[in-house]
Design a binder for this molecule. Structure first.
Ligand SMILES: [Zn+2]
Length: 171
């Protein structure tokens, strides 16, 4: 699978946050880029730049080296974006989503859900009994829901995710 910019943007948004995307786009094709220069390029404070870099570091999406500035006597950090790590992070994110979808599918298949005609809420059977089949919001009688469409949609999403992960593992 090719790592397109769109894919990289999605991964960065889902992990470090959407505000970090411009930083990654600047850093992506460079090696050992000084955080001061990076801040300057982005026209933002060094502290904010560092904060963003640490967010990326949490997901192991960047690495750094530090060198002492002989003149000023302090350390300067030089950063590199780890493009290869993106694929690994995508895999983890998608696998997590797949697990949650499978749990949800199991719940949808096993339980009966009741919903209010006014769309106030949707609750599982046990709770519906507890509320005597009346909507706790508006008092309307709750109706047993046909969740076959929802189940179909979840199954479709699961198939898509499994295909995505299969393609990802190919290369
Ligand atoms: Zn209601």
């Amino acid at each position: 699978m090719r790592l397109t910019n769109t894919l990289i943007e999605t991964v960065i948004s889902d992990t470090a946050g959407p505000d970090v995307v411009p930083l990654v786009m600047k850093l992506k094709n460079k090696k050992n880029f000084s955080e001061f220069k990076l801040a300057e390029t982005l026209k933002q404070e060094v502290n904010l730049t560092r904060n963003m870099l640490y967010r990326l570091l949490k997901y192991n999406l960047v690495s750094f080296i530090r060198r002492k500035d002989k003149r000023k006597g302090w350390y300067i950090y030089y950063w590199t974006f780890k493009l290869k790590q993106v694929k690994f992070v995508i895999k983890k994110l998608k696998e997590g989503r797949l697990d949650r979808l499978k749990d949800r599918l199991q719940r949808e298949n096993m339980e009966n859900f009741y919903s209010c005609v006014h769309n106030c809420m949707r609750i599982a059977f046990d709770n519906a009994v507890e509320f005597k089949y009346k909507c706790p919001e508006c008092g309307e009688l709750l109706a047993l829901e046909d969740n076959s469409e929802k189940i179909k949609q979840i199954e479709k999403n699961i198939t898509e995710l499994e295909k995505f992960l299969k393609d990802l593992n190919k290369k």
